[in-house]
Ligand binder design. Structure first.
Ligand SMILES: Cc1cc2nc3c(=O)[nH]c(=O)nc-3n(C[C@H](O)[C@H](O)[C@H](O)COP(=O)(O)OP(=O)(O)OC[C@H]3O[C@@H](n4cnc5c(N)ncnc54)[C@H](O)[C@@H]3O)c2cc1C
Length: 306
């Protein structure tokens, strides 16, 4: 989680030293999921999976990771497949789908524009051409930009383990900064986005300290569906202000059953600011981040519910 670290031991460590050369490691290219799982088991936590490498290679260059082996999964067809709309309307996104492919996918833009819009704010075209959605989630930076929109869309993740395939809510996937439910011996296969509720409107907001190539100081995703002028479904999710991306059920509860007037939105934004647990680092104090949460949640809600 080096490129966009917030929270965790490395968060405020400035002056990173990039090594001229990578430390020695064994390079292995898996061609199937069972092979990737077998190699992970063989190295018992001393290997790292490589997708686009935009996080892993930075971490190896700065000495944050010194794996004995790098297991390249780019050629594992079962982890690719791009974006597919299943019968019933659920969207399946292969873990190896690049950020650029997400950004430009016509189906996603039509069905869940929140995700491609958030991805378009990430990094640079070069990094988006290389980096994958699976890598962004598995790296588990609290500021990972695909996490808030996917949580606001109630996404699930499909995991491959030696015992078989299991699906879990993305909300249970993140366990801490840089840590996930994958542990050291599982592979993320796909991200599943349920068919959104009728009339869902959603917005993503990201605040950083510079215009381009910016990791979030605070990010916010909200999603609201109304029926006859009353909010029936609400999601409020924060990024970069807690050890993991954070859904705020208390803010959602203040919206559901209400018309979404200015006072409703203000109350929900206040609840979100209270729920945030931001750190102070070189890019912003904890109080500043909390204020930004309040403002971004209110503005995003005004766009979708006001
Ligand atoms: C200059 C720069 C700017 C950036 N800007 C942003 C930004 O604005 N927002 C943002 O969120 N991120 C940003 N990043 C971080 C990074 O580009 C993304 O997190 C990217 O999506 C990582 O994907 P990847 O395929 O390169 O992952 P990798 O580096 O290959 O892997 C990342 C981690 O995920 C694991 N992994 C990858 N795929 C799988 C899988 N299928 N199953 C299990 N584990 C897996 C790897 O083992 C590793 O631990 C930036 C990075 C750089 C270098």
């Amino acid at each position: 989680m080096e490129a966009c670290a917030t929270h965790g031991p490395s968060a405020s460590a400035g002056g990173r030293v990039f090594r001229a050369a990578l430390p020695p490691f064994e390079y292995l290219a898996a061609t199937s999921v069972p092979e990737a799982l077998r190699l992970l088991a063989k190295f018992r936590g001393r290997a790292v999976l490589l997708a686009g490498g935009t996080d892993v290679l930075v971490q190896m260059r700065t000495g944050k990771r010194v794996p004995e082996a790098v297991i390249d999964i780019k050629r594992v067809a079962a982890l690719g497949g791009g974006v597919k709309v299943e019968r019933g309307g659920r969207i399946a996104i292969g873990a190896l789908t690049t950020l650029a492919d997400i950004e430009h996918d016509a189906k996603l833009r039509r069905l869940v524009p929140l995700l491609p819009e958030a991805v378009a704010t990430m990094a640079s075209p070069q990094v988006r051409n290389r980096g994958t959605i699976g890598g962004n989630l598995c790296n588990a930076a609290p500021s990972a930009d695909t996490a808030p929109p996917l949580l606001a869309l109630d996404a699930l993740v499909r995991l491959h383990t030696r015992k078989g395939v299991r699906t879990m809510p993305l909300a249970e996937f993140f366990t801490g900064p840089g840590r996930t439910a994958l542990g050291t011996d599982a592979v993320l296969g796909a991200i599943l986005v349920p068919k959104p509720p009728r009339g869902l409107r959603a917005a993503f907001r990201k605040h950083g300290v510079r215009e381009a190539m910016e990791c979030a100081v605070v990010s916010v995703a909200v999603a609201v569906a109304k029926e006859r002028g009353t909010i029936r479904h609400a999601r409020v999710v924060l990024g970069a202000v807690a050890p993991t991306p954070l859904r705020v059920p208390a803010a959602e509860a203040l919206l559901v059953g209400h018309p979404g007037g200015p006072l409703d939105l203000l109350a929900a934004a206040g609840e979100a600011a209270d729920a945030a647990r931001p750190i102070t680092d070189v890019r912003g104090s904890s109080d500043y981040r909390r204020d930004v949460v309040r403002t971004l949640v209110r503005r995003a809600l005004e766009e979708v519910a006001g």
